[in-house]
Design a protein around this ligand. Structure first.
Ligand SMILES: CC(C)(COP(=O)(O)OP(=O)(O)OC[C@H]1O[C@@H](n2cnc3c(N)ncnc32)[C@H](O)[C@@H]1OP(=O)(O)O)[C@@H](O)C(=O)NCCC(=O)NCCS
Length: 227
């Protein structure tokens, strides 16, 4: 069977058809449920949980976030929580990875139970509407690393990107030294397409950037166990 014989594959060969705008209010109403997580829009009320990982140097190592104090970090979470729509190139939305049954570090209001703890978050960015390209990024609290949580959240986010949004291609760009993130891309079935040599000046030296990508038809084949 050739690559374009399935009806969906043939549609993929057609022009870009991103379904925009995308408003995360959809996910307030109906969060994405995975085996262990609820993926829903990041909220200002998540600032304490986010601080638990955002304040750690090992988390910041490969993320383009400066060190922030607690107030600055709260503002940063507020700013990201206010990003709720994909409409124009450069727009991003942020999904909280709420671990079901893990109590939040945030104090609950009297008489209310604490929510599920936000142990990480996922970014979905509109890289190019003309070319139906989205970019993903991720972060998980180190206490929860190595449990497959990033893979679980990222797979659901790729389903969203290729399904609801009809992206043609999803990419991830990472510091080439970031072995965990590279391995995550590979586990998801993303292809390492380029190493951009000395693309950024970080930590007092020029660093390479690794670029990963996956196409909609490839993701569908992976999900169907065809790849
Ligand atoms: C990258 C990151 C999100 C992965 O989160 P995670 O929940 O630990 O990832 P998972 O448990 O889903 O593991 C995914 C794959 O990566 C592998 N992996 C995880 N940590 C790793 C490490 N330190 N070195 C090598 N591989 C690693 C896992 O073994 C798994 O591969 P496998 O299925 O072949 O075993 C996490 O390490 C992180 O938040 N890092 C700091 C922030 C960051 O750098 N973000 C990325 C910026 S581009």
């Amino acid at each position: 069977m050739t690559v374009h014989e399935r009806p969906d594959d043939a549609a993929d060969a057609g022009p870009p058809a991103l379904r925009l705008p995308f408003d995360v209010a959809e996910l307030d109403r109906r969060p994405i449920r995975t085996e262990r997580l609820r993926l829903r829009p990041l909220a200002t009320a998540d600032a304490d949980d986010v601080w638990e990982y955002q304040s750690l140097p090992e988390v910041l190592r490969y993320i383009p976030w400066p060190e922030r104090d607690r107030d600055q970090a709260r503002e940063h979470t507020e700013t990201r929580a206010a990003c709720r729509r994909l409409a124009d190139d450069g727009d991003a939305v942020f999904l909280a990875m709420a671990l079901v049954g893990e109590p939040s570090t945030t104090d609950a209001a009297p008489g209310r139970t604490r929510g599920d703890r936000v142990v990480g978050d996922i970014m979905l960015r509109l890289a190019s509407s003309a070319h139906a390209r989205l970019e993903v990024g991720w972060v998980v609290h180190p206490d929860f690393h190595g449990r497959g949580l990033a893979a679980e959240a990222a797979a659901a986010t790729l389903d969203l990107a290729f399904g609801r949004l009809v992206a043609h291609r999803v990419v991830a760009h990472l510091d080439a030294r970031n072995a965990a993130s590279a391995r995550l891309c590979e586990r998801l079935g993303m292809r390492r397409e380029a190493t951009l040599v000395e693309e950024e000046w970080n930590d007092g030296e020029w660093q390479d950037t690794a670029s990963y990508g996956v196409l909609r038809r490839e993701w569908r084949a992976l999900r169907a166990g065809r790849a």
